[in-house]
Design a binder for this molecule. Structure first.
Ligand code: NAP
Length: 331
């Protein structure tokens, strides 16, 4: 496992980290049998993962609770990242949200406390003051943001600090490369990449749009006729499946599973400090962790860039995977 320094902080994070939205949120992920949180967390730590990502939003606090319990006795071996929801981004709201997260996580400190989504800039100064106070009190170690675009970052960094930006980024969604990642690098923020496998699509397990659970096919890749979409656009389904076919062929040709190839590509993109893998099964996690041992090299990376370029162009610069340009929440 590689370890990277997170932005301007002194946190050393594993290049692959574990996202635990999958714990305690069957409403989104489904009721399928999964490993116990304790087994999952132990397997991750034993294979070199040091960063665990959750949020107060996931399963309405259940994800934090299950992670806190699963880390009993091993808390000091890891870095804990959690997120505050937008509706709690006020001076008073953020303090109680943080204290509730600490209690659910059964810890006295959150190593990286992130703003989950951008919120009105008029509240930035008050929120930053409270975050700084929480830091002085030792309740949080570092401040991070999530889903902040170039302009969002410009506003936020003018008033305060952050060491990381957590963003949706994978081979099928490269919009952050235009402006968001260069802005992170400019402000010395580490990138934490979420949805690295496009919620399963980049494993090759789904063979048609109909096979994908509806919660996972609401992004701008899919037609607005699909249940749950909000973007109102025609989508790019044909191009998406053509791209996936090319990627699968390439993975087969070099003998690397598509999920592992996808993680390898992402881990080595400029600015990326850690790739957050979501998994609720030990076997699946260990399979994906093959990426920690593999360097696909510049030639394969260039070929993957080329194969995914038409989709990158079609989806454009809007970094909001779910909303149209007019309604985007990331600016
Ligand atoms: N900041 C944000 O706004 C934000 C948004 C989304 C996610 N996140 C964070 O990022 C983490 C990861 O993102 P994500 O979970 O949405 O997406 P992801 O990591 O792209 O996809 C995870 C899902 O892909 C499937 N999968 C993984 N490996 C597989 C394999 N080898 N074979 C077949 N299927 C496989 C599993 O589905 P099954 O469980 O159905 O098998 C798994 O739950 C989350 O846990 C969360 O911590 C943050």
């Amino acid at each position: 496992m590689l370890y990277n320094t997170l932005g301007g902080s002194d946190l050393q994070v594993s290049a692959l980290s574990l996202g635990v939205w999958q714990l305690g949120d069957p409403g989104f992920w489904g009721e399928e049998a999964c490993s116990s949180p304790a087994d999952l967390v132990a397997a991750a730590i034993d294979h070199g993962i040091t960063l665990f990502d959750t949020a107060e939003l996931y399963g309405n606090g259940s994800s934090e609770e299950l992670l806190g319990a699963a880390l009993k006795g091993r808390r000091d071996e890891v870095l804990l990242a959690s997120k505050v929801s937008t509706q709690h981004c006020t001076a008073e709201g953020i303090r109680s949200a943080c204290e509730n997260s600490l209690s659910r996580l059964q810890t006295d400190r959150i190593d990286l406390y992130q703003i989950h989504w951008p919120f009105p800039p008029a509240d930035y100064a008050a929120v930053q003051e409270t975050l700084e106070a929480l830091r002085q009190e030792g309740k949080i170690r570092e401040i991070g943001v999530s889903n902040f675009g170039r302009r969002d970052l410009q506003g936020w960094m003018a008033e305060g600090t952050a060491v990381s930006n957590q963003i949706g980024y994978n081979m099928l969604f490269r919009a952050p490369e235009y402006e968001m990642i260069p802005a992170c690098r400019k402000h010395n923020l580490g990138v934490l990449a979420y949805m690295p496998l496009m919620q399963g699509l980049l494993t090759g397990r789904f063979k048609s749009t109909e096979e994908i659970p509806f919660q996972r096919r609401r992004t701008r890749h899919f037609s607005c006729t699909r249940e749950g979409t909000r973007h109102g656009q025609v989508g790019h389904e044909r191009l998406l499946w053509d791209t996936l076919e090319d990627l699968s062929d390439f993975a087969d040709a070099i003998g690397v599973p598509l999920s592992v190839l996808s993680l390898c590509w992402l881990m080595r993109q400029p600015g990326v400090s850690s790739v957050i893998i979501g998994s609720r099964k030990v076997d699946q996690l260990l399979f994906n962790l093959q990426a920690a041992q593999l360097d696909i090299g510049p030639a394969a990376t260039a070929q993957l860039n080329e194969a995914t370029y038409p989709l990158k162009v079609a989806l454009g610069r809007n970094c909001d995977m779910w909303e149209s340009d007019d309604n985007r929440r990331i600016n």
